[in-house]
Design a protein around this ligand. Sequence first.
Ligand SMILES: Nc1nc2c(ncn2[C@@H]2O[C@H](COP(=O)(O)OP(=O)(O)OP(=O)(O)O)[C@@H](O)[C@H]2O)c(=O)[nH]1
Ligand SMILES: [Mg+2]
Length: 395
Amino acid sequence: MSILEHSPTTGGSPAGDSPDELVVSVVIPCLNEEGNIEACVTQALEALSTAGISGEVVVADNASEDRSAERAIAAGARVVHEPRRGYGSAYLAGFAAAQGKYIVMGDADLTYDFGEIPRFVAELDAGAELVMGNRMDNIQPGAMPWLHRYVGNPVLSGILNGFFKTGISDAHCGMRALRRDVLPRLDLRTTGMEFASEMVIRAGKEKLRIAEFPIDYHPRGGESKLNTWRDGWRHLRFLLVHSPTHLFVLPGAILSALGLLISLISVSGIEVFGRQWQLHTTVAGSMLMIVGVQVVALGLCAHAYGMYFMGEQDPWFDRMRARFRLEHGLMLGAAITVVGVVTGGVIFGIWINSGFGSLSEERLAILSATTVTIGLQTIFSSFLLSILGLRRVGS
Ligand SMILES: Nc1nc2c(ncn2[C@@H]2O[C@H](COP(=O)(O)OP(=O)(O)OP(=O)(O)O)[C@@H](O)[C@H]2O)c(=O)[nH]1
Ligand SMILES: [Mg+2]
């Protein structure tokens, strides 16, 4: 990365900041935006000087093949180069070079109005640590494709809020602002478009003070760099792998409960929907139980990994850990295994009673095998959980 030019505006700064301190760094990621970048930089610098805020504009050029970098410098920006492609990579380079107390973020495509910078700064001055724009009620005609507006954004924002309870209305809005000193706490790492989600999720987990207000979203100049399916999937993938509860534990618990219910109905021979459930249903119930328990166990291990190796905070898992020890898991697993073995013994008894003749206890046999499988899974998963916890001091 090399710094080409530095031209902070010379306006005054809000009360309380030393005159030399740069208050705002406007950071703009840029990939082949030669038709837009000058206007964006000019607008940002004008907004800063009109409001009397000392600041700079940092353009993170992502190996543009056009004249974006030259145009940005000509307009008065400081340009840093990030050869590794990706929206997140560009921002990480821009953040590393930023010198202001606050960072204001916005795309280099004329979709956002950099004249809004003072409003973002005012929210930060008022105590917010992250300020989000919300485009959803002010999308100008032609600014956002139907699929993004009514499917992609609401669905992904809904999942994000369902999983992480951030309460943010427009989690993918590219115009936002934050205090530069919260960056170490956010510890952002992703390189692609999912960077937008990562920042919001991390801010929620770190319990930052978050403010949001409505902003306009204008039609883009030049070609969009967003790939609907690839970038949508990158967001979704990020949400899933950062929430073991929703990826593993809940689905696993639902699968096993459903499997148990189906198996019990099938083995007991009671009629549901006007008929008894036969062998095929027992097999399905058994499969659901085994998969469900396996998935829950993987989820607990993922939680443990997140806590012990990635510094995640998880009160639910903490409570679980305080209550249950390895020995509890082993006892539970052993008890389940014994139930399975006893069920097998019952089948054996039936066989003896029939004088070792033909035997037709398939459903009970499936139940027995399933129970033993689940018991053994529980025992070995408990050991794995314990191994993951070994790294923890005092465990
Ligand atoms: N997608 C993408 N954008 C990059 C990259 N590097 C820098 N950018 C910039 O990141 C910003 C966001 O990209 P956009 O194409 O505007 O994506 P978007 O805002 O989600 O989608 P639009 O609504 O079409 O603008 C733009 O300023 C890009 O120039 C990169 O490698 N990939
Ligand atoms: Mg854009």
